[in-house]
Design a protein around this ligand. Structure first.
Ligand code: SF4
Length: 109
């Protein structure tokens, strides 16, 4: 469903039937985090979903405020792979278990 920021996100739910105006983020709801429409503008979740469609990746989101009170709150995402049973540091790429990165893309040290 399309978020208030105009991006498709599978975790956004909106009910506008017969004058209703119910909107919620089911990813943040699952973590008992308070959602507001401004969070969708900078949220990384739609980008992660576009880049990585792995069926084993589990996302967990929290709302954070970086550094000081002057900055807007943002969604911070943590990813976990149910298959390899480990945290995923780059959710857009994945853990590398199912789809290993070809050696040509690895940086030599
Ligand atoms: S905050 Fe992020 S995950 Fe939640 S509905 Fe908006 S774009 Fe989707």
């Amino acid at each position: 469903m399309r978020t208030p920021a105009g991006i498709d996100c599978k975790y956004f739910y909106g009910d506008y039937y017969r004058g209703r105006s119910v909107e919620e983020c089911r990813l943040l709801d699952a973590s008992n985090q308070k959602w507001n429409p401004q969070l969708c503008k900078s949220c990384p979740v739609p980008g992660i979903a576009r880049a990585n469609s792995c069926e084993y990746i589990q996302l967990r989101a929290t709302v954070t405020r970086p550094l000081s009170a002057f900055f807007m709150t943002r969604v911070q995402v943590f990813a976990y792979c149910e298959k390899s049973k480990r945290d995923v540091l780059e959710p857009q790429i994945g853990c590398g278990e199912c789809h290993p990165i070809p050696p040509v893309f690895e940086v030599e040290k």
